[in-house]
Design a protein around this ligand. Structure first.
Ligand code: C5P
Length: 222
């Protein structure tokens, strides 16, 4: 596989990161989880007691603390400065606030620039909300991954159970729906399918089926 860029966007818990990781590993590409970067800024805001509404202060935090990824035997680890935050950024307090933080244009400017730098070499699979529309509009392959909110909540519920996070199904479903609403209705780079993205509805599909389908789309693009 030549060094193309693959953009995978879609709503919360649609399976983007699972599928993106598998594709990156199969093609020996770099995987960039842009949601982890917005989560890392939200983590910093909580840690440094910066209000989620304070755009300037949040942008300052984003500039001050570089976010990096490192591969380990246990998958990809996320760091802010030298602090490992892989698990911390998945906690409910971060998830509940991340859409407010990510709506700020100044925060997005900083992170989009960092994301483009990471993608410079090509050979990349990047997942998020605005990759096909804003971060890498020239990406050779764009996928918009969706699934019913019921099924996405079910997946998240199982993931939470495995991680020991206690949250009931209805609460998870409401939180996902709220995050999708906020992400799709913000002014700057809202979650939206790029005109040239392929829609893949994963409801009722296994991960293997989704990966096979996307590989078919990639091959068809030649
Ligand atoms: O992908 P994940 O669910 O971890 O993303 C967390 C949040 O980060 C999203 O709900 C959204 O608010 C924000 N995000 C974004 N743009 C991206 C990736 C994530 O606004 N490219």
């Amino acid at each position: 596989m030549e060094n193309i860029s693959i953009a995978i966007d879609g709503p919360a818990s649609s399976g983007k990161s699972t599928v993106a990781k598998l594709l990156a590993s199969d093609f020996n590409f770099i995987y960039v989880d842009t949601g982890a970067m917005y989560r890392a800024v939200t983590f910093l805001a909580i840690k440094h007691q910066v209000a989620f509404s304070d755009e300037t202060a949040l942008a300052e935090l984003t500039k001050k603390y570089p976010i990096t990824f490192k591969q380990s035997g246990h998958g990809q680890l996320v760091f802010v400065n030298d602090e490992e935050v892989t698990e911390a950024i998945r906690q409910p307090d971060v998830t509940a606030a991340v859409s407010e933080v990510s709506a700020h244009g100044m925060v997005r400017e900083e992170l989009v620039e960092a994301q483009r730098q990471l993608a410079q070499t090509g050979g990349i699979v990047m997942d998020g909300r605005d990759i096909g529309t804003t971060v890498l509009p020239q990406a050779e392959v764009k996928i918009f991954l969706v699934a019913s909110v019921e099924e996405r909540a079910q997946r998240r519920y199982k993931e939470n159970q495995a991680k020991g996070i206690q949250m009931d199904f209805e609460t998870i479903k409401e939180a996902i729906a709220k995050r999708d609403y906020l992400d799709s209705h913000r002014e700057v780079s809202p979650l939206i399918q790029a005109e040239d993205a392929e829609l893949v509805d994963t409801t009722g599909m296994s991960i293997e089926q989704v990966v096979t389908k996307i590989k078919g789309i990639i091959e068809a693009k030649g």
